[in-house]
Write a protein that binds this ligand. Sequence first.
Ligand code: FES
Length: 198
Amino acid sequence: MEKLKKVRKVPPKVGEYYLVRTIYGNWLGMLDNWPIIGPKHSDDEYFHLSEDHYHIDVRFTDPKFHTHAEAFEKVILANNKVPVVWRKRMCHASWIYHTLGVCSSVIELNQHYAGQTARAGKSGWICPHKKLSLGEIQPDAFGVITCPLHGLRIDGKTGVCLGPEPREGRVLGVSALKERLAYLEARIEANLALAPAE
Ligand code: FES
């Protein structure tokens, strides 16, 4: 019988199958078994979401959702009667972005943890905010890991929380810029498609 890997230490490879945690529920208006990343949590302190929820692991969703205007922001509410189940899923993207950008909640969160050092887990740093294991998250061109759940910035080498993203003076590598540009263009297209005609 095929032995499937769980995503843990390195980013998953596109086209390969993994065992992924899923939960049945409503995401983007559709009931299905959706892949999730990270622990069940609420975000009352910084993001004003007091209900328990999970974040969707978009890497294991159909690529048609990757340009969906809301796919990265929308979470799935946790229902205590619905169990988390490991299921076989194909990887459609090796990346997962944090997309709240530099909103005030993300800045506050980063200010709060600035200078603290993340705990080292078996598979990489553990995000000190809600304890997401970051071993499977790619650092950017500057070696910074941005937690995909809420945007905490951590030095990939030392585990030190770096504080909010500098608004000026940061030069991204060409490939990082191209990647962000392509991502933003796709999101603009998706938003335009949903926008009411003026
Ligand atoms: S779990 Fe919230 S920023 Fe990492």
